[in-house]
Design a protein around this ligand. Sequence first.
Ligand SMILES: [Zn+2]
Length: 317
Amino acid sequence: MRCAVSIDLDGIGCYYRIHGLGPPPAELDHAILERALPRAAALFARHGIHVTWFVVGRDIDKGVGGDGARRSANGARLGALAAAGDELGNHSYSHPYELARLTPGEIDREIAACDRVLRGLVPAVRGFRAPGYDVSPVMLDVLARLGYRYDSSVFPSPGYYAAKAAVMAMLAALRKPSGAVMTNPRLLAAPADPYRPSMTAPWKRGQAPLVELPIATTPWLRVHAIGTSLLIAPSWLRDRLVDAMAKREFWNLELHGIDFSDAAQDGIPGELVDRQPDLRIPIDDKLERMDQLLNQVTARWEVQTLGEIATATQRDA
Ligand SMILES: [Zn+2]
C-alpha cells in the first residue's frame, strides 16, 4: 500500500476569509511559513518521509512589495526541503476560493504565476491542488499546457460537502458571508482512487494527459480521512479511520499548515480560535497525535510524494 502526505500551506488570511472575519492582522501574514512549516518539516524528517508541499505562490514571491526579504527567506526554506527530496506543488498564486468561477484568462494567470515562482526554486513542477477542492476543465487545460503530471483536487466526501454548506448557510444568516465557495457537486461522484480524468469533465474518467489523485475518503461511507479531522478525532476513531484506509490501494493524506500552528505561541487571535476547533489544541498535543498517526502510517504504508504516485499511476492508467 502506498501513502502520500501533502500539506496545503494556506495562510492565516485564508481562514479569515472562510469564516467571514475580514482582513487578518498583518503580523500573521507569514505565520504559517515561518512558524508552522518548520515544526511540520522537523516531524517528517524524524519519520524519514518525503512529502508534497502545496505552495501559495504570492507568499514566497519576493517581487511583492514591503516584506520581500521574508517571502524570499520562506521560499529558500521550501527550496531546501525540495533539494532534500520533498516535492513542491502549485496551490495557485493568491488562493482565490472562487478560482473555478473566474475567467479562463484569470485562471491561467493564477496557475502560471505560481508556477513561475516555484520554478525559481525547483527545475520542474508536476502537480496542482485547487483552492477549495474545486477543479474545472479550464484548470486541466492550463495544467496540461504547463506539462503537469497530475491534479490532486477532487475530494469526493459528502460529509465534508455538507459541513461546508452548513457553515456557509449559518454565516449568510448572520450576514457575515463566508469567503468559501461551494464546490461543484458533480465532483462528489468522482472516483475515489487515482484515475485518468476527462478534460471536459474532470469528475469522470477520460483521456487527459495528466492523472487525478483524489484526496482521501474511506471506502463505503466516504468519510474524509484528512489531517485536521484525524487530529481532533479521539484515538479509537482515528484507529478506525486508519484501518478503513488500509482497504484502499492508495491513501492521499492531506494536511494543512495550520495543523502545525499554536494559537498561543503564534499569536493567533481568539476570533479565529473560536471558529477553528483544532486551534484549541496546544501544539505539543497535536505533534504527539501526528507522531502516533505517522507511526501507524509508516508501519503499514510505503510513503511517496504525489509526484511519484502520479508517475506510477500514469504507467498503469
Ligand atoms: Zn488551500
